[in-house]
Design a protein around this ligand. Structure first.
Ligand code: CP
Ligand code: NVA
Length: 302
């Protein structure tokens, strides 16, 4: 048996592999929009394991598998034996003997690594407390479609140094852009993940200085799933980092902005930016579908 390719962080793919997945993603988007069949994976089955809520991730993976000619099953960890303490490794051995690919959204990143270690089929990280690499594929596809090559560009992350921020750090190193992280003390990303990225990433506490000249501004919720009880404390600390028209005016005149959604309007991003007719946030969300279809093809055909 060959060892399966997993996608637990962006670092599981080379730069060339990511770019080839993104090219295929745009091709799949075109085929989908033109109503042209692209059922490249007939009969393939995906298990989708969720320990956290989701709208985009669940719908995009399930719709994507159907459009590729396969199917996907939703497994809430609370409704399976996983929720009653069956060891992750045992679960991985069983599920991976019955399906072709697995997607997991959970809390501890270590749990996804444990599952992958005992899985006979590819495992995709669909968000952990530490990373959200699938969102980065959609974001990078969106950037490529609107602006082209990422190399040499400056991206500014505004707010919490969270799972999305960590995946942006990985993307900066892999794809050759500079990432400026604007966050207050105490909300910095993991020192270990930062160290890995070297000089691709810098931290600047002042949001006005951080966004100056940036080509892309990115933000996310201030309290991620699992941090609900800290919401008020986080809001107080992160308020100066709100993505709004004033901050955007300090960035490059052609700057784009992203939000992975769901958004808390008037907290980390203003409603006028969400609803601006030129906002590409909705395009970014749609690209979850196309980018993940390309990723699934890549992992099953590697
Ligand atoms: N961006 C994202 O992963 O959205 P969901 O939580 O709705 O899946
Ligand atoms: N940082 C957010 C992303 C949601 C898609 C969270 O983990 O809740």
């Amino acid at each position: 048996m060959t060892t399966p390719r997993h996608f637990l962080t962006l670092n599981d793919l080379s730069r060339d592999e990511v770019l080839s997945v993104l090219t295929r993603a745009s091709e799949l988007k075109r085929l989908h929009r033109e109503g042209k069949p692209h059922a490249s994976l007939p009969g393939k089955v995906m298990a989708m394991i969720f320990s956290k809520a989701s709208t985009r991730t669940r719908v995009s993976f399930e719709a994507g598998m159907t459009q590729l000619g396969g199917s996907a099953m939703f497994l809430s960890s609370g409704d399976t034996q996983m929720g009653r303490g069956e060891p992750i490794g045992d679960t991985a051995k069983v599920i991976s003997s019955m399906v072709d690919i697995v997607m997991i959204r959970t809390f501890a990143h270590r749990d996804v690594e444990r599952f992958a270690a005992d899985s006979k089929v590819p495992v995709i990280n669909a968000l952990t407390d530490e990373y959200h690499p699938c969102q980065l594929l959609a974001d990078m596809q969106t950037w490529l479609e609107h602006r082209g090559d990422m190399r040499g560009k400056t991206v500014c992350w505004l707010g919490d140094g969270n799972n999305m921020c960590h995946s942006y750090i990985n993307a900066a190193k892999l794809l050759g852009f500079h990432l400026k992280i604007a966050c207050p003390a105490g909300f910095e990303p993991s020192a270990e993940i930062l160290a890995f990225a070297g000089d691709s990433v810098t931290i600047e506490a002042d949001p006005k200085l951080a966004v100056a000249g940036a080509h892309l501004l990115v933000t996310d919720v201030w309290a991620s799933m699992g941090q609900e009880t800290e919401a008020e404390v986080r809001k107080a600390a992160l308020e100066p980092y709100q993505l709004n028209r004033d901050l955007l005016s300090l960035a490059d005149s052609d700057a784009l902005y992203f939000h992975c959604l769901p958004a808390h309007r008037e907290e980390e991003i203003t409603t006028d930016l969400m609803d601006d007719p030129n906002s590409i946030i909705w395009d970014e969300a749609e690209n979850r579908l196309h980018a993940q279809k390309a990723l699934i093809e890549f992992l099953l055909q590697s």
